[in-house]
Write a protein that binds this ligand. Sequence first.
Ligand code: C2E
Ligand code: SIN
Ligand code: SIN
Ligand code: FE
Ligand code: FE
Length: 395
Amino acid sequence: MGGQHKSERLQYFIEQLSRKCSDSNSLLDGILRMARKITRADAGTIFLTEGEELVFAYTHNDSLFSADEAYKHAYAAIRLPISKSSIAGYVAATGELLNLANVRALPPGVPYAFNESFDRKTGFVTRSMLTLPFLDGSGKRLGVLQLINSLCPAQGRVEAFGAEMEEDCRMLARAVSGILERTALEKKGIYGILRMAAVHDPTETGPHAERVGAIAAELYHAWAVGRGYDPDRIRHEKGCLRLAAMLHDIGKVGVSESILKKPGKLTEEEFAVMRGHTAIGASILAEDSGEIAALARDIALHHHQKWTGRGYAASGEEGKLAGEAIPLGARITAIADVFDALVSPRCYKKPWTFEDALDLLRKEAGEHFDPELVESMIGLEALLPSIYAVFPDKN
Ligand code: C2E
Ligand code: SIN
Ligand code: SIN
Ligand code: FE
Ligand code: FE
């Protein structure tokens, strides 16, 4: 009976999560939270398969950093081969679940070994570990969920993961697979649009869009935490914003290549055409419905607005907004976009250093940009290099 209720509660949680989550990051975060709650795990990590490797996708560790800080580790880009020599690699290679009471006293003869390098670097002490695979409907392995150190509720000591926890976690893992496939479809749609745009304008390729999306998302996160927003709301809106911001310049598909790729300064007429990419982007996205498309439309239309009202949202004089009348997502994306444009090479300019680009943002706080958001952006200074390391320009 108790088991029945618990599985219904889990099912309900999974349904809520799949309805709320707009991107795989917030989904993985929610699943990891629930898996850790069920198993009382002190830490946990999700790896996703990419070709022949496992990529460290998400981690929580209560002893080292709070879940609110965990997002920083999303950019850590740790990779493991899918092979039987590591614990996560073994689970990914075989599809078997491993429930290990003590990773420092493994049964004799097993092919895998515990990799101590993370513990050595951080001072964390891993003991018990429950590792299970994510499989899709056809049995394809999508990744691995790894839970670390189940804490005894009374004394807080580390103990082995109970057998009943294995079943609950398997259920969560099955749910992840289903939801991952759906969010993958939505992502595929957005990436498909971006690839079409890239044919026309190579600067609109993956890494640039990824960086603007990631910077905008982290900027929103820092700002929203500062305002004391509810963590569930932050996760949700951050996920939407990340995808929507990637489409900010999609309207450039409607601008001729001779203008887009002009090596020097644009004439006034050419720049008037260029300004039209905002309204063109909005008209492309208007056909769509849904939350992310609506946010993407706001961002495409308003990402060149300025805080003082001297920006633009069309080729002519129409549609200028100022201050908080500019949608939040667009004010955030404006900062991420200009930062990335400055530090990247363009056909019309050389790349700037991060310091110079941040100085320009500071100088333009209260002029071009929302000053409060510029503060949040400056707070991200230490995180920015890892975003550029994960999404480098190709060649
Ligand atoms: P973009 O390259 O994505 O630049 C986005 C925004 O970053 C620009 O919006 C501007 O606010 C800022 N930005 C980029 N480079 C610089 C720079 O060297 N100095 C400063 N202070 N800010 C910079 P903006 O000006 O509305 O331009 C929109 C788009 O128009 C640009 O997108 C780019 O595609 C095109 N564009 C702008 N100026 C030129 C130009 O002189 N030559 C060419 N070929 N294209 C240009
Ligand atoms: C959202 O509404 O999902 C994102 C909030 C924002 O940054 O505008
Ligand atoms: C672009 O090439 O996408 C324009 C620059 C930017 O969006 O940062
Ligand atoms: Fe733009
Ligand atoms: Fe841009």
